[in-house]
Design a protein around this ligand. Sequence first.
Ligand SMILES: *[C@@H]1O[C@H](CO)[C@@H](O)[C@H](O)[C@H]1NC(C)=O
Length: 264
Amino acid sequence: MSSKAFIRVFIFLTFCCSTLLCQLVVNVKNKGDEVIVESIHANTTSDTVTLEYLNTDGTLVTLFIDFKSEAQLFKVIMPGEEELGDTQPQTICFITRFSHSDFISSDAMSKLRQKNPTAIRTPEEEKAPGTYTHDLRVDLVKSHVISPHIYNVCQDAVDSIHFTESDLRTISRSLSKDYATMMSAMEKHEPTKYARCMDTQEIDRPCLCRFDLCIGWYPCGLKYCRGKDTVGKVVSYRCGIKTCKRCLTFFHVVDTKRGCLWDV
Ligand SMILES: *[C@@H]1O[C@H](CO)[C@@H](O)[C@H](O)[C@H]1NC(C)=O
């Protein structure tokens, strides 16, 4: 790990664990056997959960779940490539529909307590990998049509907030939101019309960019046990959480290959 990356980890941990926000710290190993530290916290007032980790390449990944809006935001902050004279971090937000079977509720999450913060955890189940091909770009200023939290979480991503029309349609039906109003905050793209950035030679051409991430450990369900209550009646009660890992691939259109230098 470079010294810069180390300082980032240090700032991240200090920031997260010096506040009451840090409800859970989980250590998980990635594919390369390196330890990734995740912090997870729930806000029951806003009915949201935030899971954050720093990748070994210096990328900070935040998963923000807005249960009420049935939306989850994956924010990725990539440090600038200094060798390429680019020192500005690049932020991208991928928005997908959240389904209630994807994560435990913010209420259940808020009740989890830290046990053994130094242990390396292994998820019980690895979910099938998912792929999202984003065909919508979200206007930050109108992003509240999807979730009121996008504006805060994704404001550094400005022109790089991505969503899919199929998820928009599902959310519009599920929450009885007006489809046309939601679509008016979107710019439509045809991902199939673009070549993959990895196959594009010219740096100034638009192309289809790929980004991969894994959430190495998250509470994906509750476990129930059976027991007897004080009068001997059989009851089922919550006795733990089920844990999962999930890897996702996101495709999105970029205006120039410069916005997708990692996809080679
Ligand atoms: C939880 O969410 C509420 C409502 O959005 C907000 O006012 C409050 O500051 C949040 N609490 C924390 C600890 O972030």
